[in-house]
Design a protein around this ligand. Structure first.
Ligand SMILES: *[C@@H]1O[C@H](CO)[C@@H](O)[C@H](O)[C@H]1NC(C)=O
Ligand SMILES: *[C@@H]1O[C@H](CO)[C@@H](O)[C@H](O)[C@H]1NC(C)=O
Length: 418
């Protein structure tokens, strides 16, 4: 992206989508209001990715006054009875009518003792065997795009299925290839509301857009089974298992799954490329502007970062504090605080000239006694050892896209990001 274009879109986003919410939020609720008023670094970082899609865009693409699409899923989330799933119709930019089934839970809410850990598959949660899937689910906890207040919920492990055909109307009865999108946002932000299906779905493909845990909730590691790290990557793998077990009922072909992602999402798909735990769950990869080989694709000092993160959340963090005690404290910190404390910490990190990914990135987690290790070595070692999942990969980046990071380091816009 050209720097000028980036700055321009930031300004437009600021004027049209940021100012109104700001004035409606009592200042007392801004945990780090100086981040916005004096240090636009986080703000720039967030807005560049998040200013793009509004509720209006979704409303315009949604067909409101028609009978909604309904399908009978034979075994959704392992349910023993068929589930009636009601979605909504949308319209693509070429005016094709498509079906959206949104906000479907694929993993149990990772709360309390389950925080920071590998997710559990979602149990059936359908009253009277019915699911109304016509609205986006909660995003994972993160700083709001309009300022230093929290947004999202820990009950965020949901996904959206978009398809041009209901299962009983597939051309020649042939199931559709599936593409699973992993959003970017520096492993600390982003969600499915940023991705309208209205361009891709002009093609005969099924699109699945997922959420995964972000920031400390997704990547906090004490190098122990209480908080092993990589929870966010495990969420992505859980979503792939959901596709394996459920996509047939939507008319998708589980033997033709492509995973694709941008930035942190691209680092994610190229990690999944390497990991034995993801083997067999996908058959192609597209990486856009990021990879597991990046400087920011692996936190080289997870325990150092973990203790710092515990400290910024007001939890004990001496090197000799028992891990169980740190976890007991961290599991009770409100999710919004966890997200905002990390954003503030990473903003300070960027002001010092660092990249601002510490404590919010994949880690090596095969510490002694690990019950669920996922990553055993840096990405380059998997490649040098000839390991990984042997599937086709397309990868690319944009010329001069590093200017995006430069903009986050040089606060040229001293107030309200202008
Ligand atoms: C889009 O399709 C609908 C019917 O599916 C039609 O009524 C409408 O006129 C179309 N709009 C455009 C711009 O082609
Ligand atoms: C513990 O947290 C405090 C407060 O954030 C921080 O200053 C200190 O460096 C942290 N100690 C370790 C070992 O990370």
């Amino acid at each position: 992206m050209r720097l000028e274009w980036f700055l321009l879109t930031t300004v437009i986003g600021t004027v049209f989508s940021v100012t109104p919410p700001l004035s409606s939020i009592p200042e007392s609720l801004w945990k780090y209001k100086e981040d916005l008023l004096q240090q636009p670094t986080n703000f720039v970082f967030n807005l560049g990715l998040q200013g793009a899609v509004t509720q209006d865009d979704w409303d315009r693409a949604t067909l409101a006054d028609v009978e909604p699409p309904v399908l009978l899923h034979p075994n959704l989330n392992g349910h023993t009875k068929p589930v009636t799933v009601t979605g909504k119709y949308m319209r693509t930019i070429k005016n094709r009518t498509i079906c959206a089934f949104q906000g479907i839970r694929f993993a149990e809410p990772p709360v309390a003792e389950k925080r920071f850990k590998k997710p559990e598959p979602a149990k059936p949660y359908f009253p009277e065997d019915k699911l109304l899937a016509n609205h986006l689910g909660e995003k994972c906890p993160q700083g709001a795009m309009f300022g230093p207040v929290g947004s999202g919920s820990e009950d965020c492990l949901n996904l959206n299925v978009y398809t041009p055909y209901l299962p009983d109307a597939l051309p020649n009865g042939e199931k559709l290839p599936v593409m699973m999108w992993i959003h970017g946002g520096g492993f600390t932000g982003g969600d499915s509301s940023l991705y309208l299906p209205t361009k891709l779905l002009d093609h005969d493909v099924m699109l699945v857009v997922i959420h995964y845990r972000l920031g400390s909730l997704g990547f906090f590691s004490l190098q122990s089974n209480e908080a092993p790290g990589n929870a966010g990557l495990w969420d992505q793998i859980e979503a792939l298992k959901w596709i394996r077990d459920n996509i047939d009922g939507f008319g998708g072909d589980k033997t033709r799954v492509t995973i694709f992602g941008e930035s942190a999402g691209s680092a994610s798909v190229t990690w999944l490329h390497l990991l034995p735990e993801a083997k067999g769950l996908f058959h192609g990869i597209i990486g856009e502007s990021g990879s597991s080989l990046e400087y920011w694709g692996l936190d080289p000092e997870p325990l150092v970062s973990g203790l710092l993160v515990a400290g910024i959340n007001g939890c004990p963090n001496d090197t000799d504090t028992p891990v169980a005690e740190i976890f007991d404290c961290m599991k009770d910190v409100p999710a919004d605080d966890i997200a905002l404390n990390l954003n503030h910490f990473l903003g300070e990190d960027r002001k010092r000239g660092e990249m601002g990914f510490r404590g919010a990135a994949p880690v090596i987690d095969n510490f002694p006694g690990a019950t669920t290790p996922l990553i055993s070595k840096p990405a380059e070692e998997y490649y040098m050892d000839g390991e990984g999942n042997n599937v086709p990969l397309i990868i690319g980046a944009n010329k001069q896209e590093g200017s995006f990071v430069l903009a986050s380091k040089f606060p040229a816009m001293p107030r309200y990001g202008i």
